[in-house]
Ligand binder design. Structure first.
Ligand code: ATP
Ligand code: FE
Length: 336
């Protein structure tokens, strides 16, 4: 079974071909236009998707060495995401499926981040039930996954997502967008205990990051008044301290989730699961606390179409297709 996956929910245009659970190609076109604005500009994003989608799909088919006539179905991201961006992928997928007269499969982007774990190339495939910590640019959730399509949100952020916490902190430090990977990079050279930041007080399985961001902002402003070169001179220590605090928060919540559910099988998903510190800490938890952890391959953490294709494949096996009246949905819960 060959599935073409198409992802266009935010600022990356991506297409992937999989053969059963094996990825044959996963092409991602990043949009450079947004970096100078310090965030994604929706209008520019949808325009760039329109320019990218045909060549990206063509490249995905070429790299997989198959023709479009060999495809069994087309899977696309229905939501959540930016409406203008979603519409490009949705209408493209619809017309292609219609033209080829093959099934069309709508995919929930948040489910796809989690189901990326079922791609064959990962070091291991999770066993049910497991707890997934989804940490991305727009979401921060603890999800109990009972089956491929049976999920329950146990806790989530009451304000900012963890990816935003990384990106906004990076912006305060004058780093380019998206700043998460840069904080990770500089943190490797710094002291994580250099500057203690306060962890938020919220429910056992809930998250809050807006207070932390404000705390970081005030701290940096104060230090810069004393020494205008504070950021430049201490960038590594600042990044290490911010990352340490965020990862501590995430680990605390995972510990609470294990305690509450008794489930020790832990997976992480979403763009922030690319972070080297959270990955290292999970491996330690495996060693010291007997957790069994699933850490996705790096290329399946941030937005990619392989995760859309694998979710499409799992739905295909259940004959779970969309009809042509399907529409993009900017808001969509992981459980919908
Ligand atoms: P959502 O999936 O919630 O709709 P999104 O698709 O925009 O949001 P992803 O692509 O899953 O988000 O993740 C992007 C986020 O991941 C950004 O905030 C980025 O800074 C963060 N990120 C990527 N790599 C790292 C890293 N190494 N360390 C920390 N954060 C990272
Ligand atoms: Fe995403």
């Amino acid at each position: 079974i060959y599935i073409l996956g198409i992802e266009s929910s935010c600022d990356d245009t991506s297409a992937s071909v999989i053969c059963n659970a094996k990825v044959l190609s996963n092409v991602v076109a990043n949009q450079e236009v947004h970096s100078k604005y310090g965030g994604v500009v929706p209008e520019l994003a949808s325009r760039a998707h329109q320019q990218n989608i045909v060549p990206v799909v063509q490249q995905a088919l070429e790299q997989a060495s198959i023709t479009k006539e060999q495809l069994s179905a087309i899977a696309f991201t229905k939501g959540p995401g930016l409406m203008g961006s979603l519409l490009v992928g949705t209408s493209f997928a619809k017309s292609l499926a219609l033209g080829l007269q093959i099934p069309l499969i709508d995919v929930n982007h948040m489910q796809a981040h989690i189901l990326a774990h079922f791609i064959e190339e990962n070091s291991k495939i999770p066993e049910f039930p497991f707890i997934c910590l989804t940490i991305s640019g727009g979401h921060t959730q603890i999800v109990k996954v009972t089956n491929h399509f049976e999920m329950e949100i146990l806790g989530q952020t009451i304000d900012d997502a963890v990816g935003e916490a990384f990106d906004k902190s990076a912006k305060i430090l004058g780093l380019a967008y998206p700043g998460g990977p840069l904080i990770d990079k500089y943190a490797k050279l710094g002291n994580p205990k250099a500057y203690p930041f306060t962890k938020p007080k919220v429910g056992d399985l809930d998250f809050s990051f807006s207070g932390l961001k404000t705390g970081i902002l005030y701290f940096i402003q104060k230090q810069q008044r004393i020494n205008p070169n504070f950021i430049a001179e201490n960038l590594n220590d600042i990044c290490a301290s911010i990352q340490y605090t965020i990862v501590e928060i995430l680990m605390d919540k995972l510990k609470n989730a294990v305690k509450k559910t008794g489930i020790k099988r832990i997976a992480i998903a979403g763009g922030v699961s690319a972070n080297s510190e959270i990955r290292a800490r999970l491996l330690l938890a495996e060693k010291h606390w007997g957790w069994s952890t699933n850490i996705p391959k790096f290329e399946y953490t941030t937005d990619n179409a392989a995760m859309i294709a694998i979710t499409g494949y799992l739905k295909f096996l259940n004959n779970n297709y969309a009809d042509v009246s399907v529409t993009a949905q900017a808001r969509l819960k992981v459980t919908e």
